[in-house]
Design a protein around this ligand. Structure first.
Ligand code: ATP
Ligand code: RIB
Length: 315
């Protein structure tokens, strides 16, 4: 069960605020800032490893202390970093994250070295990509690298999962190279919503017509939608107390990739990803919120038991 994640590595500076900042406004946060590991690529790699997959990352960092500690943290989480390139004179990606009292966030990323991940990096990792069960991508790196990675993977029969975050404007021409697309509601609307109305169902249908095999729209506190040609299934959310939703989508994608790499059916893998992501929103920050496979199994068993006792009480 090999997952190769090709994507970003960031350091996150998080400030907790009562409410999110508006344009031209200055607000004072609740306390000190927190510096933690982040980046959609790295978060998803750590989540896939936590779910039990053998994970390698293709990425770039700067030759600063942030890059050094990011690589150390990834290695500690079991992620193979042989294809993480350190670029002399570049800065490691940095994300400014604001989180409000309700757990909502606003994120701005300075890509730094992530913006230098090139087609040559993909060529250097061709053997790794070909030996993978799943290649997992996001859009915090240059599109040329994403397209090159998809080409190598598809030519070798390796399944491609793309989390289209941040969302590109409009439908990219290469969408038909994606086996499983995992947008959130905003990304689904940006990619497939304009001509089809604003519902996740309509956006998913348009994306499937554009050539994507499977679309999984994550719906935040509403769970997610699994859509394939001619059928759609809504997966209900878990009722949890939300602390911070940062990285929920990353946990979802990492667990989904690991499940599929292990040979699970898409429905089962989505169910597990939905539970893992629900746990992640009960914890602060992106990386620290990723649960282990055992946490997820226990959480699902407890919720089944809760549902069973509710059914018995009603009978
Ligand atoms: P982020 O960008 O904050 O990392 P996202 O916008 O990519 O997240 P969401 O759609 O917000 O992704 O959430 C991903 C998944 O996390 C959902 O499909 C769901 O499984 C879980 N989730 C998110 N919010 C909640 C919530 N309030 N209650 C239960 N589960 C949630
Ligand atoms: O998805 C959350 C991540 O988005 C953060 O860790 C931040 O680095 C940005 O890439």
């Amino acid at each position: 069960m090999r997952v190769t994640v090709i994507g970003s590595i960031n350091s996150d500076i998080t400030i907790a605020t009562d409410s999110l900042v508006k344009p031209n406004e200055t607000i004072v946060g609740q306390s000190d800032y927190i510096l933690s590991q982040g980046g959609k690529g790295a978060n998803q790699a750590v989540a896939a490893a936590a779910a039990g997959a053998t994970v390698a990352m293709v990425a770039c960092v700067g030759d600063d202390s942030f890059g050094e500690s990011a690589i150390a943290d990834l290695k500690k989480s079991g992620v193979d970093c042989s294809h993480v390139r350190t670029i002399a004179g570049a800065s490691t990606g940095m994300a400014a994250v604001l989180v409000d009292k309700a757990g909502n966030n606003m994120i701005t990323v300075a890509p730094g070295a992530n913006g230098r991940l090139g087609v040559d990096d993909i060529h250097a990792a061709e053997a790794l990509i070909r030996a993978s069960d799943i290649v997992l991508l996001q859009l915090e790196i240059p599109t040329a690298a994403v397209e090159a990675a998809m080409r190598v993977a598809r030519a070798a029969g390796v399944r491609v999962i793309l989390n289209p975050a941040p969302a590109p404007a409009g439908l990219p021409g290469w969408l038909d190279q994606v086996d499983i697309l995992v947008p959130n509601q905003h990304e689904a609307a940006a990619l497939g919503g304009a001509a089809a109305g604003s519902s996740a169902e309509a956006a998913a249908e348009r994306l499937i017509t554009a050539g994507v095999g499977t679309v999984v729209v994550t719906l935040g506190g509403d769970g997610c939608l699994l859509a394939q040609a001619g059928r759609q299934r809504h997966i209900a959310p878990y009722a949890v107390d939300v602390v911070d939703t940062t990285g929920a989508g990353d946990t979802f994608c990492g667990f989904l990739a690991a499940g599929l790499a292990a040979g699970e059916d898409i429905g089962d893998a989505v169910e597990t990803a939905n539970a893992a992501a629900a746990i992640s929103v009960t914890r602060a920050r992106a990386r620290e919120s990723v649960p282990g496979a055992a946490d997820v199994a226990q959480f699902r068993a407890q919720h089944r038991r809760a549902a069973d006792s509710l059914r018995k009480a009603r009978a």
